[in-house]
Design a protein around this ligand. Structure first.
Ligand code: ZN
Length: 95
């Protein structure tokens, strides 16, 4: 289908994961329907989906099935991985 952002015929139906808040207030909503574009990389959420997400966020305290969520800070995680990496095991050749 035609991308509403770039106008190319490279848009397709997809799903994404949206996150809201952080820490104890973190909410992760998986499988949010979007229209993605292979050309410009945008993920567009329809107005209908946007309103549904807002309703879901408002009601989530009532219906949430609590799940354990692991949240990794990118910069710290990357520093740890680089510090602790066993470079031979990861398959990267070193001189
Ligand atoms: Zn596009």
């Amino acid at each position: 289908m035609i991308c509403k952002n770039c106008g190319k015929p490279t848009a397709y139906n997809s799903t994404i994961t949206r996150t809201y808040g952080k820490g104890d207030d973190l909410l992760v909503i998986e499988d949010v329907p979007v229209i993605s574009c292979r050309n410009c990389g945008i993920d567009l959420i329809s107005a209908e989906t946007f309103h549904a997400l807002n309703k879901l966020r408002a009601s989530v305290e009532v219906r949430a099935a609590k799940r354990l969520v692991v949240v990794v800070g990118y910069n710290e995680a990357v520093a740890d991985v680089i510090t602790n990496a066993n470079i031979e095991e990861s398959g990267v050749a070193v001189a």
